[in-house]
Design a protein around this ligand. Structure first.
Ligand SMILES: Nc1ncnc2c1ncn2[C@@H]1O[C@H](COP(=O)(O)OP(=O)(O)OP(=O)(O)O)[C@@H](O)[C@H]1O
Length: 249
């Protein structure tokens, strides 16, 4: 049986009497890619915030493998192996693509020190691997400031992946992307399947169909359904919950 990488057990949060996430339970297997789907306000981002420690839960528990991380400070959760990519990238624009990955790959927090002391073969191999995974090998010597929107997002994803987090949280990775960039992002995420445990919040159903294995649907802060793409698309409860917003298309 596959190991469970992420366990969410009865997680809830109240904001001044309003319960944005209510008794959510789910488990994500080691190496699984799970999509979190739901209409606006369903609680997807809040759930990511609870997992990553940005928001503290009122009730329930979160585990990474066997280690409980519930309500730990954000930096400690990051160090325990939860990597999160936000929509606004935080790359070093004056460094090349490769240098950005090298800096992210280094344990030493000083950017200058990381660049000055060079890299071991294994670290260089790891950077090469991530350049291939993210489709940025051809741009490795380009200054990051000159990347397109999509390439910037892929670089930031690479900077996360190169650190080898146990669980990767991606919040709407295709936001603002062209169709071609969205397709390429699907390819990149498919490349990561099996190598990393990934939880993705996404609205774009075309993209979800390209990448999803299992989907968890949130509605009004609760888990409404869980299953494969076909099950979810045909689920009457899910269709009804979406009809109030923009529907599954
Ligand atoms: N800090 C907060 N204080 C009060 N209410 C909040 C707070 N954060 C989120 N909410 C509310 O919790 C609910 C869930 O919000 P959340 O952003 O998690 O939804 P979402 O599923 O990510 O939606 P979207 O797809 O629009 O990003 C919403 O009604 C939102 O207004």
């Amino acid at each position: 049986m596959a190991k469970i990488a992420l366990t969410i057990d009865g997680l809830s949060v109240d904001f001044g009497g309003f319960r944005a996430v209510n008794n959510v339970g789910m488990t994500v297997e080691d190496g699984e890619l799970r999509v979190l789907l739901g209409a606006n306000g369903a609680g997807k981002t809040t759930l990511m915030d609870l997992i990553s420690g940005k928001t503290h839960s009122t009730k329930g528990k979160v585990f990474v493998y066997d280690r409980e991380i519930t309500n730990w400070p954000e930096h400690r959760i990051a160090r325990s192996g939860i990597g999160r990519k936000f929509q606004i990238p935080s790359i070093f624009r004056e460094l090349t693509v490769r240098q950005n990955l090298e800096v992210a790959n280094c344990r030493n927090p000083s950017v200058l020190a990381n660049l000055r002391f060079g890299f071991s073969r294994t670290e260089a191999d790891r950077v090469d691997e991530v350049l291939l995974l993210t489709g940025l090998a051809g741009e490795q010597n380009l200054m990051a400031a000159y990347l397109s929107h999509g390439q910037t997002q892929w670089l930031e994803l690479g900077m996360l992946i190169v650190q080898d987090p146990k669980v990767v949280l991606l919040d709407e990775p295709t936001a603002g992307m062209t169709q071609a960039e969205t397709r390429k992002t699907a390819q990149i995420i498919n490349n990561l399947k099996g190598r990393h445990t990934i939880l993705v919040v996404e609205h774009d159903m075309g993209f979800v169909r390209e990448i999803a294995e299992r989907i968890t649907v949130l509605h009004l802060g609760e888990v409404l359904a869980e299953g494969c793409v076909e099950d979810i698309e045909q689920n009457p409860k899910v269709r009804e919950a979406y009809l109030g917003s923009k529907g599954i298309s």
